[in-house]
Design a protein around this ligand. Sequence first.
Ligand code: TMP
Length: 205
Amino acid sequence: MFISFEGIEGSGKSTLIAALALELQSIGADVLVTREPGGTAFGDAVRSIFIDPQMRIDPLAEAFLMNASRAQHVVESIAPVLKTASIVLCDRFFDATVAYQGYGRGLDIEMLIRLSLVASQSIAPDITFLLDIDAATSIERVRARGTSDRIEQEDTGFYERVRAGYLELAGRFSRIVVLDGREPPETLLAQALQIVVRRRYMVTL
Ligand code: TMP
């Protein structure tokens, strides 16, 4: 089972993924926690280039970088793990490319969807949790963290476009479940767990 997590910066993805992994492991599931860009040695190298504030990267080059990381991630890790009974929890997958490089940077949406499907060999998440927060909350949370990578230096308008893009994707693809990122972590965990368990074990908690 393949589950991805999406949302603008500070939406609480990492917290939810860590908590959900623990819960699923406690009921006996094998869980792989991974992320994009990243998930392989090559992907981690791509990530450090991608977030480097000194690096100038054209939007199309961004899209190819993300998909290069994705292609390696799928071949080396995701596809083999999905052949087993494990659950893959992936912090961002191809919706991020459509949201950030498409809605955020202005590249063509349908082209990015096709490109991402080529990179993923048409492997798509079974469920995508979209943690939705507004751009102002996102910027506030990122400031509170005190770090700022290349993407985190973007203005409010960029995050508003990315957020709206994610919501548009959620309207288009039924695998995307929108969760309110302002809810406390325990509530988000309970909501996500309910959905995963119902889908995987066909039981209700
Ligand atoms: P993270 O903050 O969730 O670790 O993600 C790193 C940054 O990369 C984040 O600002 C979103 C951005 N990103 C894209 O712009 N396109 C993509 O396809 C992916 C996977 C991430």
